[in-house]
Design a protein around this ligand. Structure first.
Ligand code: MHF
Ligand code: KIV
Ligand code: MG
Length: 293
């Protein structure tokens, strides 16, 4: 832990559940990732990793793996809740998932993704929603989609003590307005993307996600901004990268977006495991005597 790191000044809250359990010695792991650490990493030319997470076990695993930022994405819509897109996702859907992740990660920065319709109407609406993510969800920060047009919301949250991550380029909550899953910021649209990036930084965002943006434009934004950029389909020059975990580890079926790299085949592992279990139940080899009492 660095010398300037503040630790539970009022001594409240549950003791960290270390290997010795809740009554064991306090865990002395690495310090919590803070928004300023991401800024320091950018300044030092170090890249960082973000993954989506929606539950206890993946949160604990990604935290242990050293993933700096865990995003409880509204991509829970089409990865947890069975919807086709993120558009039907509600605050009530995401708050318990956010709370589960916040309870399960000891080091990572936990970011709650504000759902469609929960912040666009006004800065006041955004503040009331974001405060729920902090108070009930235990999030350390929130993310919202939009550039120039969301500057008033970002300013309100930032000034009210809520660290805010912006998301520009392709913004999935606006897929119908944008005309589908399309690369943003090509040609003349590059000027709009640059304007969005500068607007969210000026409004107080601590970082900005850029989704499906030509690598050259994303590199230019990364060089021009002082806040960290986080790419998804935005090339290798961003300060950080993010992927949806079910894509990155092969948890789901179907065609993947071009920006996905698959690092594991969890779907294959689970499919084989479930089939083996069902076979053994059917043929009577599970449970064996050692599984009984
Ligand atoms: N599982 C999952 N992964 C994601 O990356 C993701 C979600 N869900 N849900 C929320 C949004 C939606 N996103 C998406 C979804 C699909 C494409 C896609 O199909 N892209 C195609 C077409 C690109 C084009 O036409 O130019 C691709 O090949 O990348 C991209 C982003 C990103 N987010
Ligand atoms: C793709 C990331 C950035 C996201 O917003 C989500 O997963 O909801
Ligand atoms: Mg999202």
């Amino acid at each position: 832990m660095s010398s300037d790191e503040q630790q539970a000044p009022y001594g409240g809250g549950p003791a960290p559940a270390g290997p010795g359990g809740p009554a064991g010695p306090a865990r002395t792991g690495p310090a919590r990732v803070r928004t300023r650490h991401l800024a320091e990493m950018k300044a030092a030319g170090e890249r960082f990793a973000m993954l989506t997470t929606y539950d206890q076990h993946t949160a604990a695993i990604f935290d242990e793996a050293g993933i700096e930022v865990l995003l409880v994405g509204d991509s829970a819509g089409n990865n947890v809740l069975g919807h086709a897109t993120t558009i039907p996702v509600t605050v009530e859907d995401l708050l318990p998932l956010t709370a589960a992740v916040a309870r399960s990660a000891t080091r990572a920065l936990v970011v709650g993704d504000l759902p469609f319709g929960s912040y666009q109407a006004s800065p006041e609406q955004a503040y009331l929603t974001a405060a729920r993510f902090m108070k009930t969800g235990g999030a350390h920060a929130v993310k919202l989609e939009g550039g120039v047009e969301m500057a008033p919301q970002i300013e309100r949250l930032s000034r009210g003590g809520i660290p805010t991550m912006a998301h520009i380029g392709f913004t999935p909550q606006s897929e119908h307005a944008l005309g589908g899953y399309r690369v943003q910021g090509r040609g003349d649209a590059a000027e709009q993307l640059l304007a969005d990036a500068h607007a969210v930084q000026a409004a107080g965002a601590f970082a900005v996600v850029m989704e499906m943006v030509p690598a050259e434009i994303a590199g230019r934004v990364t060089a021009e901004l002082t806040i960290p950029t986080i790419g998804i389909g935005a090339g290798a020059d961003c300060d950080g990268q993010v992927l949806v975990w079910t894509d990155a580890f092969g948890m789901r079926e179907g065609r993947m977006p071009r920006f996905v790299k698959q690092y594991a085949d969890l779907r294959g592992v689970l499919l084989a495991g479930a089939r083996a279990y069902a076979d053994e139940v059917r043929d009577g080899s599970f449970p064996a005597p050692e599984h009984g009492f």
